[in-house]
Design a protein around this ligand. Structure first.
Ligand code: GLU
Length: 330
C-alpha cells in the first residue's frame, strides 16, 4: 500500500491567522507568509504534502473583486492539476463568508476547497490558527470531502460556504450557520460529516468556471427606522448595475425608499431585498408587492452573499425573473 500523502495546495491571502500582535494589544494582519504558517504546524506533515502560494497579503476587509478573480484563477489552476487532491485557502475572517460563497459558485471542481482563518493572531496567547489550519488540511485531504462545495473550517466546526456567517467580533466561535446548520465537526483532524448541502455549487454551478474578467458594480444599502431614498438615488446616478437592500425584518424598508427601489428597477437596475436579521427567509409578495415592483428576493442569503450572487448573475442576465430563479437555485 502506498504511504504517499495527498497533495494539498495552500493559497495564502493574509488575515489574522497570519497576524502578529504588538505589545499594546493591537495587531497587524497578514504579516506571516503561507510558508511560515505551515512551518509553525509541523504535524501537518502527517496529513499531507503541502505547497504554499502567496496570492495576496491583506486583512480581509481589503478583499475585493480584483483579488477574488485572481484567487479564483489560482484555485482553479491548482484544482485542474491532477496531482492536487484539494485546496486550502488562508483568509481573514471578516469577509471569509463572501469569498467562500464566491468560490463556491465559480470553481469548476468536485475536489475539496477549504477556507480557514483565526480569531487570534499567530503571536497571541493561545492562538487558534494552528489547530484551525491542521483541521482545514485534514478536511481538504479527506476523499469524503469531495463534492460538498467550498467549506469553512474554524473552531472545530465545518461550515458550508452558503450557510456560514461571522457573528461575533472577537470570540473563537464567531462562525455560525444559522439557517441550515453545520456541514460537520472536526476534532484534531478526525472528521464527522453531517448531511450534504442542498443548493447547487462548484461542479454543478452555471457560473463555473469563471469567465468574467470584471464584475458589475452592486452596492448594499442598509435599512433602518427613517431610511430616506437619497442613497438609493445616488447609487442609480452612479450607474450601479444592482442594489441589495439589507432590509429590516423580512427584507423590509421604508415606503419612501421602496418607492426609490421600484423606480430603480424600472430604470433597469436589479434590486434585491435581503434581511439584516441574520436568519430566516425573505419571501416574495408578502408585505411588499415584488411582482408589481419588479423586485428580487434573496431568500436565505445575507446581504453580502446576495451581492456576490447578484454580481455573478448580472454577468449573464439582468432579467429580474432569471435573477430570481438563481436566488432560488444557489
Ligand atoms: N480584519 C482581519 C481580517 O479579516 C481580522 C479578522 C480575522 O482575520 O480574524 O483579515
Amino acid at each position: 500500500m502506498s504511504t504517499a500523502k495527498p497533495s494539498i495546495r495552500l493559497l495564502a491571502t493574509g488575515g489574522t491567522i497570519a497576524g502578529a500582535q504588538n505589545a499594546a494589544g493591537g495587531y497587524a494582519a497578514a504579516v506571516m507568509s503561507g510558508d511560515e504558517l505551515l512551518a509553525a504546524v509541523p504535524q501537518l506533515a502527517h496529513l499531507a504534502q503541502i505547497s504554499a502560494e502567496q496570492v495576496a497579503r491583506i486583512g480581509s476587509q481589503d478583499m475585493d473583486e480584483t483579488v477574488w478573480l485572481k484567487l479564483a484563477t489560482r484555485a482553479q489552476a491548482a484544482l485542474d492539476d491532477p496531482a492536487v487532491a484539494g485546496v486550502v485557502i488562508t483568509h481573514g475572517t471578516d469577509t471569509m463568508e463572501e469569498t467562500a460563497y464566491f468560490l463556491n459558485l465559480v470553481l469548476k471542481t468536485d475536489k475539496p476547497v477549504v477556507l480557514v482563518g483565526a480569531m487570534r493572531p499567530a503571536t497571541a496567547i493561545s492562538p487558534d490558527g494552528p489547530m484551525n489550519l491542521y483541521n482545514a488540511v485534514a478536511v481538504a485531504a479527506d476523499p469524503a470531502t469531495k463534492n460538498r462545495g467550498v467549506l469553512v473550517v474554524a473552531n472545530d466546526e465545518i461550515h458550508f460556504a452558503r450557510e456560514v456567517a461571522k457573528t461575533n467580533t472577537t470570540q473563537l466561535g464567531t462562525f455560525k450557520s444559522p439557517n441550515r446548520g453545520l456541514a460537520g465537526l472536526v476534532n484534531r483532524g478526525r472528521i464527522h460529516f453531517f448531511g450534504p448541502t442542498v443548493r447547487r455549487h462548484t461542479a454543478a454551478s452555471e457560473f463555473a468556471p469563471l469567465t468574467a474578467t470584471a464584475l458589475p458594480r452592486v452596492e448594499i444599502i442598509h435599512a433602518y427606522a427613517g431610511l430616506r431614498r437619497d442613497l438609493i438615488d445616488v447609487a442609480v446616478q452612479q450607474g450601479v448595475s444592482g442594489i441589495v437592500i439589507a432590509g429590516v425584518g423580512a427584507g423590509n424598508l421604508s415606503s419612501v425608499a421602496l418607492q426609490a427601489c421600484a423606480e430603480a428597477a424600472r430604470a433597469g437596475v436589479a434590486v434585491v431585498r435581503s434581511s439584516l436579521t441574520g436568519g430566516g427567509v425573505v419571501e416574495r409578495n408578502i408585505e411588499i408587492k415584488d411582482d408589481e415592483l419588479g423586485l428580487i428576493v434573496a431568500e436565505e442569503l445575507n446581504p453580502q452573499k446576495a451581492r456576490v450572487l447578484l454580481m455573478l448573475g448580472l454577468t449573464r442576465s439582468n432579467d429580474a425573473a432569471q435573477l430570481q430563479r438563481w436566488f432560488q437555485t444557489y
